[in-house]
Design a protein around this ligand. Structure first.
Ligand SMILES: Cc1cc2nc3c(=O)[nH]c(=O)nc-3n(C[C@H](O)[C@H](O)[C@H](O)COP(=O)(O)O)c2cc1C
Length: 361
């Protein structure tokens, strides 16, 4: 029996299989309200045969916004927009969580309320450029949050979680990965604070655990997941002792009975298969007692191997879901996978979004 295609009980949610659609920012929300729409609903409905969809990172507040066209989850209109999406996914038999996101410094004054500098744990300037209403501009310095801003942001996560449940999501995933705001606090390379939110890991993880506690006021633990990326993914932003830092965090998570811990790592399918890069997932498997999701560079073989070895309970696929709406059926039947078009990852309306065909012989 191929476990990958068997149903899986994840707390109160029963998933049709162990395949997860990873959160993928596609920037197709309706401007200016940044609401989910019919197009977004159609895209997720096409992918509803996966055990669990984790819908794209959705900013929890106007300050959490940095990727033009990413949908939010803080206004009534955004809740209404998402409701149309969860309805069509549920009608198609799918399960869908929403990823709760604050980009932190990965924004620009032109995208922020009152044109204020973006927020971060400590003053920091990300490398690269950001799309603004005035075109592509270099990132600027983000400013260190005041304690009051930290407390307000924790509340924003809770409000967004409450909104997500009102919008009909089956749960939420807290985005603690990829050097966005929560991860900025966690990593010692991006957190030089001298207060209760900086210094030893217990302090650097305080923001994360306050966010989790706030979200749990509105969403049962069994419907709340967390994404972490213990191996740094952004240049110049890292922790000096990742196994110690994230190991400590993961150990603390054991007491919370969350729906899952989602470990994101950047690996190619070749690295997964021939073992040229070592996955960090087995290390965290040894520490974490709950449901573990592994994401990054998976194909059918590596997914099966991870599950059989007991290193992960569920396997998430990212890019493969962009170009293969029927990914589950293709993996099951051994049908070839279509390659995604990178040009349309973040723009293009319906093109490169809802026009990838299902497989026919
Ligand atoms: C277009 C695109 C958008 C992404 N958006 C998000 C996101 O919103 N949140 C997140 O946690 N990861 C995001 N990721 C990372 C993916 O969830 C996943 O971790 C990554 O694609 C690696 O998995 P893969 O090798 O199966 O593609 C994104 C990746 C891509 C390619």
């Amino acid at each position: 029996m191929d476990k990958l295609f068997q149903p899986y009980n994840m707390g109160p949610n029963t998933l049709a299989n162990r395949i997860v659609m990873a959160p993928l920012t596609r920037r197709r929300a309706t401007l200016p309200g940044l609401t989910a729409n019919e197009l977004i609903g159609k895209y997720y409905r096409q992918r509803a045969s996966t055990g669990l969809i984790v819908a794209e990172g959705s900013q929890i507040s106007p300050e959490g916004y940095g990727f033009t066209g990413s949908p939010g989850c803080y206004s009534a209109a955004q809740v209404a927009g998402w409701k149309t999406v969860t309805d069509v996914v549920h009608r198609a038999g799918g399960k869908i969580f929403l990823q709760l996101w604050h980009v932190g410094p990965w924004s620009h004054r032109l995208l922020q309320p009152g044109k204020k500098s973006p927020l971060a744990a400590s003053e920091i300037r990300p490398q690269g450029e950001v799309l603004t209403p005035e075109g592509r501009l270099p990132y600027e310095y983000a400013r260190a949050m005041t304690v009051e801003e930290i407390h307000n942001t924790v509340k924003d996560f809770g409000r967004a979680a409450k909104n997500a449940m009102e919008a009909g999501f089956d749960g939420v995933e807290i985005h603690g990965a990829h050097a966005y705001l929560i991860d900025q606090f966690i990593m010692d390379g991006t957190n030089s604070r001298m207060d209760d939110y900086g210094g030893p890991v217990e302090n650097r993880a305080r923001f994360l655990f306050e966010v989790i506690a706030e979200v749990l006021k509105y969403v049962p633990a069994g419907k709340t997941g967390l994404r972490l990326s213990p191996r740094a993914v952004k240049p110049g932003m890292a922790d000096s002792h990742p196994e110690k830092t994230y190991g400590w965090i993961v150990d603390q998570l054991n007491g919370l009975s969350l729906a899952y811990l989602h470990i994101s790592e950047i690996m190619t399918p070749e690295e997964r298969l021939n073992g040229t890069a070592k996955s960090i997932v087995p290390f965290y498997r040894n520490l974490y007692k709950g449901v573990l999701i592994s994401c990054g560079g998976h194909g059918l073989e590596s997914a099966r191997a991870m599950i059989v070895a007991g290193h992960a309970d569920l396997i998430a696929f990212g890019k493969a879901f962009i170009s293969n709406p029927d990914l589950v059926a293709r993996l099951k039947t051994g049908a070839p996978l279509a390659e995604p078009d990178k040009e349309t990852f973040y723009h293009g309306g319906p093109k490169g979004y809802i026009d990838y065909p299902t497989f026919t012989c």
